[in-house]
Ligand binder design. Sequence first.
Ligand code: NAP
Length: 257
Amino acid sequence: MAIEQSATEERVAIVTGAARGIGAATAIRLAAEGRAVAVLDLDEAACKDTVEKITAAGGRALAVGADVSDEEQVTAAVARIAEELGAPTILVNNAGVLRDNLIFKMSVSDWDTVLNVHLRGAFLMSRAVQKHMVDAKFGRIVNLSSSSALGNRGQANYAAAKAGMQGLTKTLAIELGKFGVTVNAVAPGFIATDMTAATAARVGMGFEDFKAAAATQIPVARVGLPEDVGNAIAFFSGDAAGFVSGQVLYVAGGPLD
Ligand code: NAP
């Protein structure tokens, strides 16, 4: 499907962790709405597929390699995006990792890695990008939380990071609202990606069996797809969502709170 330029002004979006999974689907979805998209991930070469899908459909995209938990790399990446694509006014803090273990077996390094990528990464990216949003008097930040924010066995680090994303979201919404910047969180339940495939492997189950078992616990009777999350992010990042801020939307095929 060819990408048609939207009637609204072209905006530059950054999606972190966009080489695959939810981030890739979101980058493609935002590009389909006429956004120029910086596809940011740890390894620039790994972003090639997502960028090619966007450009093949007539969109504009840039592959950017950066570790979101590294202050210098974040500063350099945002400066490069502003120069090569334009000032970013949409930011999706999606990059993530898992280091699951029960608390008595969880190493300090497993704790730090997860908190650093999700929470410090979202802080560093938001701090670097907000200046462009404030200058433009328009901005949309969407943070990836998770149903695990409500507590999940074996995920003390991840649950703490994802609950932290909700506090970050509400606070940035309060601080940045007067500059035309909204900040919301999307909290997915079970989404079929490499991340959940890795969890299946860790618990010794085939991915198809793992998905089927998960689906029996989900009211809509299926697991989520990356595009399900991309749809919710597209709403929050759109011009029409300007009066919705500080919210957490569970995208989980059923109610959670
Ligand atoms: P995924 O398939 O594992 O993709 C995550 C991406 O983030 C990978 O491309 C990864 O790169 C990248 N990344 C990791 N550390 C990074 C860093 N320091 N800097 C930049 N990029 C980094 O995961 P996903 O399932 O799409 O999940 C995306 C987001 O949704 C995450 O925040 C996750 O916690 C959240 N979420 C997912 C689910 C689910 O069921 N899948 C549910 C709730 C929430 P590498 O490949 O190089 O590691």
